[in-house]
Design a protein around this ligand. Structure first.
Ligand code: ADP
Ligand code: ASP
Ligand code: MG
Length: 440
C-alpha cells in the first residue's frame, strides 16, 4: 500500500457538491489501504474574491505591497475554509480525518510575505496522524516563518505545498488533481487540437510552467526534481479507466519512457508584456549598460534585449519588460537619456504595451532545420505580427499583440503538430513506476 499526497485545485473543490465528490474519491483510496495526505486550494475563485475585497477596502489594487502581512492573513483564510469543509465531508463518510493549516503542518518558510519560499517541512504532526491511520487534510499555499508569521507561497502555490509534503514524507507519489486531463501540448482551453503528454521530464515541465503553462506551479516541479518526487497530473472530473483508481493523466518523472528525446514538448504563453524601443543611442556599450543598471536598481526585470546598428553607427535598443513595470521602465530610460544630453527623450523612446509572449518549448529544436522558417510562416499566414524574438537552448519565444495570442498559439500548434503529437503507444500502457502501480 502506498503513501499518497493528493492535491485538489480550486475548481475541483469549487462547490459543496464538488467537495463531497472529492471526499468520496479520497475515502475510496483510503479504504483500498493507502495512507493519504490531501492538500486543498481555496474554493473556486475564493482567492481572487479576497484580493478584490482587499482592493475595495484599501482603494488600491496594489494593497499587497503596502500590507503584505495582512494580505497573507487574509488569503490563507481561503484554504482554511476548504480544508475544514473537506474534512467534515470525509468524516461524514465514516473515515477518520483531521485538517491542519500550513503552520500546523510545520511548513516552514522564509519571511517574504505573499511570495515565501519553503525552507523546511517538519510535518511531525502529519506523520503522527498518518500512523494513527487518519487522513490528513492540509491547507495549501501557506506556511509559517521562523518568526512565527503566517506566509503564502505565491499564486498557484498549493502545488508546491503538495510536492514539498510528498518530499518530506517520502511519499510514493504526488497526485495533482485539476480540471483538465493532464499536461497538454498547449492550453486545451485555447488550442483545440492539443493532446495530453503521457510522460515528461521535470526539466520539460519546469520550462513549460515557466513559459506560462498554468497547470503546474514551476516551483512545485523544481522541488519534485530536487527530491525525485514522481508527480502525476490528472483530472478530478473524469472517470478513471477500468482497473485504475485515477485517470492516467501525465507522469512527471526523471526519465520519461520514450525511445528518443522529443524535439518539442509544448507551447505556452503569458500575457502582460511590453516593449520599449530606444532609437539613435550613441555607439558603444556605455549607454545600454547604464540603462540596464538603472533598470536593475529600480527592480525592473528585463526579459528580452536586442540591439541593432543604424547606418551611421548609432544603436537601436529593444527591451521587453512585464507590462506592470512599463511606466517605471519608461521613466528610467527617459531620465538616462536626458542625463546623457541626447535631446528630447520622447523622440528617442517608443513604448508598445499589450503584448503576449508565446514560447515553443523543447530541447531538440535547435538541431531541427527550418524551425524558424516554419514558425514565421505559420505566424505570417495567420496574420500574427511579431514584435520581438528570443531563443535559448530549450525555447524559441515570440512577442505578439495580446489580441492575437490565441491565433498565434493555434497557428504554431498546427505548424508543429507532428512534433507535438503524444505517442499513442504510451497511452494506457501499464505504468512502470511501482508507486503508480500500487495506486491503481
Ligand atoms: P487548479 O485550480 O487545479 O490548480 P489551474 O487553473 O491552476 O488549476 O490549472 C489548470 C488550468 O491550466 C487548466 O484549466 C488549463 O486551462 C490551464 N493550462 C494552461 N496550459 C496548460 C497545459 N499545457 N496543459 C494543461 N492545462 C493547461
Ligand atoms: N488559492 C491560491 C491561488 O488561487 C493557491 C492555489 O490555488 O494554488 O492562487
Ligand atoms: Mg493551479
Amino acid at each position: 500500500m502506498a503513501l499518497l499526497v493528493r492535491k485538489y485545485g480550486g475548481t475541483s473543490v469549487g462547490t459543496p457538491e464538488r467537495i463531497r465528490a472529492v471526499a468520496r474519491h479520497v475515502v475510496a483510496a483510503h479504504r483500498q489501504g493507502h495512507a493519504l495526505v490531501v492538500v486543498v486550494s481555496a474554493m473556486g475563485h475564493a482567492t481572487d474574491e479576497l484580493l478584490a475585497l482587499a482592493a475595495e477596502v484599501t482603494g488600491s489594487e496594489r494593497c499587497g505591497e503596502r500590507h503584505p502581512r495582512e494580505m497573507d492573513m487574509l488569503l490563507t483564510a481561503g484554504e482554511r475554509i476548504s480544508m475544514a469543509l473537506l474534512t467534515m465531508a470525509v468524516r461524514d463518510l465514516g473515515a477518520e480525518a483531521l485538517s491542519f493549516t500550513g503552520s500546523q503542518a510545520a511548513i516552514i518558510t522564509d519571511s517574504t510575505h505573499t511570495a515565501a519560499r519553503i525552507a523546511e517541512v517538519r510535518a511531525d504532526r502529519v506523520r503522527e496522524e498518518l500512523e494513527r491511520g487518519r487522513i490528513v487534510i492540509v491547507a495549501g499555499f501557506q506556511g509559517v516563518s521562523r518568526e512565527r508569521e503566517i506566509t503564502t507561497l505565491g499564486r498557484g502555490g498549493s502545488d508546491t505545498t503538495a510536492v514539498a509534503l510528498a518530499a518530506a514524507l517520502n511519499a510514493d507519489l504526488c497526485e495533482i488533481f485539476t480540471d483538465v486531463d493532464g499536461v497538454y501540448s498547449a492550453d486545451p482551453r485555447r488550442v483545440p487540437g492539443a493532446g495530453v503528454i503521457p510522460e515528461m521530464s521535470y526539466g520539460e515541465m519546469i520550462e513549460m510552467a515557466g513559459a506560462g503553462a498554468q497547470v503546474m506551479h514551476p516551483r512545485a516541479v523544481e522541488v519534485g526534481a530536487r527530491f525525485g518526487v514522481e508527480i502525476r497530473v490528472c483530472s478530478s472530473f473524469s472517470e478513471p479507466a477500468a482497473g485504475r483508481s485515477t485517470a492516467a493523466g501525465t507522469l512527471i518523472t526523471r526519465t520519461p519512457r520514450r525511445m528518443e528525446d522529443v524535439a518539442l514538448t509544448g507551447i505556452a504563453s503569458m500575457r502582460d508584456h511590453a516593449k520599449l524601443v530606444l532609437r539613435r543611442l550613441p555607439p558603444g556599450l556605455h549607454t545600454p549598460t547604464v540603462l540596464l543598471e538603472q533598470l536593475a536598481a529600480a527592480g525592473v526585470s528585463v526579459d528580452m534585449i536586442s540591439e541593432a546598428h543604424e547606418p551611421d553607427g548609432r544603436i537601436q535598443l529593444q527591451l521587453t519588460v512585464a507590462e506592470r513595470t512599463l511606466d517605471e521602465a519608461r521613466r528610467i530610460c527617459t531620465e538616462v537619456i536626458r542625463s546623457l544630453g541626447m535631446g528630447e527623450a520622447e523622440e528617442v523612446i517608443e513604448a508598445y504595451p499589450g503584448l503576449s509572449r508565446i514560447a515553443l518549448v523543447g530541447s531538440g529544436m535547435h538541431g531541427m532545420p527550418g524551425v524558424y522558417a516554419r514558425a514565421f510562416r505559420a505566424l505570417l499566414d495567420a496574420d500574427v505580427p511579431v514584435h520581438a524574438v528570443s531563443t535559448s537552448s530549450v525555447s524559441i519565444t515570440v512577442l505578439v499583440p495580446a489580441e492575437r495570442e490565441d491565433a498565434g498559439l493555434q497557428a504554431l500548434h498546427r505548424a508543429f503538430a507532428l512534433e507535438l503529437q503524444a505517442p499513442e503507444d504510451l497511452r494506457g500502457a501499464k505504468p512502470a513506476a511501482s508507486a503508480v502501480g500500487s495506486a491503481s
